[in-house]
Design a protein around this ligand. Structure first.
Ligand code: PMP
Length: 359
């Protein structure tokens, strides 16, 4: 039998959200487990995809030249400060491959994005998980204290998946001042667009340009609605961007995906409209749940977090019965994506119903 790498033992495969099958009474069920966008691709995207598909016999542009140029212009950075990859999870893997090897430590808050522990372990590195505060936020002081000589990477997920709160900019400034310069800080902003702070001066991708040890990670999967095409990117200093290119899978981002991302960037007004509709839905759900007495944290992302502890699985089963396929983290809580208004209505109705049973 071939020997498998020791690092694989005990690694769970990444759990994808299940598709939502129609319910027995024929009414639709909603997949609200993967923080996807309920809207179809932005205007112009399908045309760009069809055009790019005429060249499927060719390898894609390995440098994603048009996409990188469009991103540089949008963000106000240089093209050599950008690196595009197959989803932000793909870029995350490149970041790990660039800085963290056997026995190196990666510090991040927990609970946070499920792929972090899996991919850190696969890289042969060691996860150092720092518990969130009681109000489900990053404990940046504790994270600073967790940094050792072996630390190569610190991850700040903001807004935090699955709990929802963001780290404030002033807090982030102080944190970055205190982190040793030879430790890379990854700011994972997969849900940035839902946070409302679209002011360029408040954009970490620009704000931290004078820092040699910061990488900002973004994706087209969430607000831009291109989860199925796998495009993410990093904004960082040229030295690190170059390392990300070295650790990239050759031709990892298809021409179709690159074209769709370029067309999505060009559809900014429609993007902003959709984001504000989703944010309005999120606020409607949040205030209804708070009104019902649920201790759900304030969220700046496109999901809400029910910190249910031992009642997690029971609540998830009730959601499923109501036609909501949610993401349950056993013993901890349930994360529900803000989706179509009908799905959100069901969540509110279920919340009113289930509150007394679970709290
Ligand atoms: N970071 C965070 C915090 C996420 O929640 C996700 C997706 N669930 C990702 C990264 C990866 O997204 P993608 O690979 O689709 O860009």
């Amino acid at each position: 039998m071939p020997k498998l790498r020791e690092a694989l033992s005990g690694v769970p495969a990444y759990r994808a959200g299940r598709p939502a099958a129609p319910r027995e009474d024929g009414s639709p069920a909603y997949k609200v487990s993967s923080n996807e966008n309920p809207y179809p691709p932005l205007p112009g995207v399908l045309e760009a995809v069809a055009q790019a598909a005429t060249e499927l016999n060719r390898y894609p542009d390995p440098n994603a030249t048009r996409l990188v140029a469009a991103l540089a212009e949008r963000l106000g950075v240089e093209t050599d400060e950008l690196s595009v990859g197959p989803g932000s999870v793909g870029v995350f893997q490149q970041i790990l491959a660039s800085v963290a090897g056997e026995g190196d430590e990666v510090v991040y808050a927990w609970r946070s994005f499920e792929a972090y522990p899996i991919m850190v372990q696969l890289a042969g590195a060691v996860s150092v998980q720092v518990p969130l505060t009681a109000d489900h936020r990053h404990d940046l002081d504790a994270m600073l204290k967790a940094i050792t000589e072996r630390t190569r990477l610190v991850i700040v997920c903001t807004p935090n998946n699955p709990t929802g709160p963001s780290v404030g900019l002033a807090e982030l400034d102080d944190f970055l001042d205190a982190v040793p310069r030879d430790v890379l800080v990854l700011i994972d902003e997969a849900y940035r667009e839902f946070g409302g702070a679209m002011d360029p001066a408040a954009d970490p991708a620009k704000r931290y340009r004078d820092r040699s040890n910061v990488v900002v990670l973004r994706t087209f999967s969430k607000a831009y609605g291109l989860a199925g095409l796998r495009v993410g990117y990093a904004v960082t200093r040229p030295r690190i961007a170059e390392a990300l290119r070295k650790t990239a899978l050759p031709f990892g981002v298809s021409g179709v995906a690159q074209a769709a991302a370029v067309a999505s960037l060009a559809a900014e007004p429609a993007l902003l409209e959709r984001v504000s509709a989703l944010v309005a839905e999120r606020e409607r759900v949040l205030s209804a749940l708070w009104g019902q007495g649920w201790p759900v944290p304030d969220t700046e992302a496109n999901f809400v977090w029910f910190p249910l502890g031992a009642a997690t699985e029971a609540f998830a089963v009730e959601c499923e019965a109501a036609g909501l396929v949610v993401r349950a983290f056993p013993g901890d809580g349930v994360r529900v994506t803000i989706a179509e208004p009908e799905a959100n209505d069901r969540l509110i109705a279920l919340g009113a119903n289930a509150r007394d049973r679970h709290l």
